[in-house]
Design a protein around this ligand. Structure first.
Ligand code: HEC
Length: 290
């Protein structure tokens, strides 16, 4: 052990006597009593060992070693700033929580299929550009021309070929004659004419606009056999620039062979085949002959 000079010990004892009275003399101010009474831990050096040994022995107090409670340090400026900074108000929390959901749904609206599928985009464009919307309504609800929506046009024309024939030649070509399933219509009976589209639309455009009226406006079942293949055929035409062939008399004659004599005046149904796949007619291949 290091020898502590006599005058320093005296000064230390004197100081303890002043500050704590009897308590100071009991504990005698040195590390040694604590270490020997504690007995378990060997003391390597005075001063530092008692702290380790103390918990095992009787409680020894070192009054003048108790440090004064430190005055609270002044708070750093950034802590003060953080504490006083405005937080998100409680009422706004649901809004903040919903932000990611909103972001995802917003991203969803950016990629609607209308902006990608050429069949949907082009068929809708032709319906308005060819003037159909002006007489039949933008949603097919009807106007000077018949309603096409809510299944109406599908009731008149169960098959695509009959509708294409009617639109291609117009109502004047069959004025006064009965057309449509179950003799539903008489051409010209509405008091106005359906203008012939032959000479102005290409075959590809005629097919697309009929698709728009049936599928988009009238909600035709697109899961029925052959329907997706029909759409695929139009998509292939659209992606290759579409057929340039304008609807002419030859094409009308071809449509008359595809159309159903029970629905369309002057139709022959000559193309009708027990195997719909074998027919070269437009529309879903698995359509029944009606
Ligand atoms: C100038 C107005 C006008 C325009 C443009 C027009 N239609 Fe019509 N459409 C009519 C009228 C009127 C009739 C009914 C004529 C009649 O009484 O026979 C009709 C009938 C029809 C029918 C028969 C519906 C049924 O249930 O009998 C179809 C299908 C049709 N139009 C499709 C079209 C398409 C496709 C276009 C665009 C390419 C078009 N129309 C453009 C006025 C128009």
């Amino acid at each position: 052990m290091t020898e502590i000079p006599e005058h320093l010990l005296k000064r230390s004892k004197a100081a303890k006597g002043q500050s704590s009275g009897d308590a100071g003399s009991e504990s005698s101010g040195s590390a040694t009593p604590a270490a020997s009474e504690g007995s378990a831990a060997p003391v390597a050096a005075g001063g530092s060992a008692p702290a380790a040994a103390a918990p095992q022995g009787p409680v020894v107090t070192f009054p003048n070693l108790d440090s004064e409670p430190e005055p609270p340090k002044p708070e750093p400026a950034f802590v003060t700033a953080a504490k006083s900074r405005r937080r998100i108000p409680v009422w706004a929390l649901p809004v903040v929580a919903a932000l990611p959901i909103w972001a995802m749904s917003f991203a969803g609206t950016m990629q609607q299929p209308e902006t990608e599928d050429p069949v949907l985009v082009e068929s809708a464009a032709i319906y308005s550009e060819a003037g159909c919307a002006g007489c039949h309504g933008g949603n097919g609800g009807g106007g000077s021309g018949y309603q096409l929506s809510e299944g109406s046009v599908i009731t008149t024309f169960p098959r695509v070929a009959d509708q294409m024939l009617h639109v291609a030649r117009g109502s004047a070509a069959i004025d006064g004659q009965t057309y449509g399933a179950d003799g539903r219509r008489v051409a010209g009976a509405s008091g106005a004419q359906m203008p012939a589209q032959a000479g102005s639309l290409t075959v590809h455009e005629l097919e697309l606009v009929i698709y728009h009226e049936r599928a988009t406006l009238s909600g035709e079942d697109q899961d029925q056999p052959g329907y997706q293949e029909w759409i695929e055929h139009m998509r292939a035409d659209a992606e290759s620039g579409g057929g340039e062939e304008i609807v002419n008399d030859d094409y009308i004659a071809f449509l008359q062979e595809c159309a159903d004599p029970a629905v369309s005046p002057d139709a022959t149904g000559a193309m009708a085949s027990p195997d719909p796949e074998a027919e070269p007619c437009p529309g879903p291949k698995a359509e029944s002959g009606g």
